[in-house]
Design a protein around this ligand. Structure first.
Ligand code: 13P
Length: 259
C-alpha cells in the first residue's frame, strides 16, 4: 500500500460567508470550471442555512456538501444547535469538527470533538477533524506535544472501525487567514507526526490509509507544491474557496496552469 491508495480531498470551508443568492452564484460559475475527470474528491462546507440549497445545486455533480459543525444529540431541547441527522437530511455527506475557530471562540475541546465525531459517524457523515497548534506553541517548540494531546484526547478514544472513517485536517492556527502558509516542509513534518500517532494508536494499515489534509492559506499558486508532499493528502481551504475561479484552480491543481 502506498500514497496512491489515499484519494486526495480538496475541501472548501466557507466559514460565515455567503447568503443564499451568493451561494447560487458561486455554483453557477464554479461547476462548469471543474467539469471533467479528476482524481480528487471535492467537498464544500457552507453555513447551515445554505446547506440544502448547495446540496440541491450539486445533486447531479460529484461535489459533496458538508456542515461546519454539529451537536452530538440526535434531537432535543438544545436551542440553536443542529444534529448530524439534520445535516444528513439536508444533503450533507461530510462535516467539519473542532475547527480552530470553534475551539477558540466557542469553547470546543478535545473531549467535545470526540463526542461530535462519534455523533457524525452515527449519522453516516464523514468527519473532517481539525487539529493544529497556535503560534505561541510553535514558537516554544510544543507543536508535536499539542498534536499528541489533541489526537489522544479527541481522536484516540475511537475504535479502529470508527477511526477508519474519519479524515484529519492539520491546520496550524498561525497560517489561517494570515496569508502565511506553512512551508511545504513544515506542513510535511506535522503530517508525518500525525501519521506516526495514527500508527501508534491504530497500526500500520490505518496509518497508510488515513487521509490528512493541510489547511492554512492554501491558494492556487501554492497548492501544487503542498500536494506534492508525501504525507499531504488534500487541502482544507478557507478564503480561496469563496471565489469560484480560485477554488476551481485549486480543485484542478493537477491540470491547471500555475497562476
Ligand atoms: P484560510 O485558507 O483562509 O487560511 O483558512 C483556512 C481554514 O481555516 C480552513 O478551514
Amino acid at each position: 500500500m502506498g500514497v496512491h491508495m489515499r484519494r486526495p480531498i480538496i475541501a472548501g470551508n466557507w466559514k460565515m460567508y455567503k447568503d443564499t443568492g451568493q451561494t447560487r452564484a458561486f455554483f453557477e460559475t464554479f461547476l462548469p470550471l471543474i467539469k471533467g475527470p479528476k482524481n480528487c474528491e471535492v467537498v464544500i462546507c457552507p453555513p447551515f442555512v445554505n446547506l440544502q440549497i448547495a446540496a440541491d445545486l450539486t445533486a447531479s455533480t460529484s461535489v459533496h456538501i458538508g456542515g461546519q459543525n454539529l451537536f452530538w444529540a440526535k434531537e432535543g431541547a438544545y436551542t440553536g444547535e443542529i444534529s448530524g441527522e439534520m445535516l444528513k437530511a439536508a444533503g450533507c455527506g461530510w462535516v467539519l469538527i473542532a475547527h480552530s475557530e470553534r475551539r477558540q471562540y466557542f469553547g470546543e475541546t478535545d473531549e467535545t470533538a470526540n463526542r461530535k465525531i462519534v455523533a457524525a459517524l452515527d449519522a453516516g457523515l464523514t468527519p473532517i477533524v481539525c487539529v493544529g497548534e497556535v503560534l505561541k506553541e510553535r514558537e516554544s517548540g510544543q507543536t508535536n506535544l499539542v498534536l499528541d494531546k489533541q489526537f489522544t484526547g479527541g481522536i484516540a478514544p475511537l475504535n479502529s472501525e470508527q477511526f477508519a472513517k474519519i479524515v484529519i485536517a492539520y491546520e496550524p492556527v498561525w497560517a489561517i487567514g494570515t496569508g502565511k502558509t506553512a512551508t511545504p516542509q513544515i506542513a510535511a513534518d506535522a503530517h508525518a507526526t500525525i501519521r506516526t500517532l495514527v500508527r501508534k494508536h491504530y497500526g500500520n494499515d490505518a496509518a497508510e490509509n488515513c487521509r490528512i489534509l493541510y489547511g492554512g492559506s492554501v491558494k492556487p499558486d501554492n497548492v501544487r507544491e503542498l500536494m506534492s508532499q508525501h504525507d499531504i493528502d488534500g487541502a482544507l481551504v478557507g478564503g480561496a474557496s469563496l471565489e469560484p475561479v480560485s477554488f476551481a484552480a485549486i480543485v484542478n491543481y493537477e491540470t491547471s496552469k500555475l497562476q
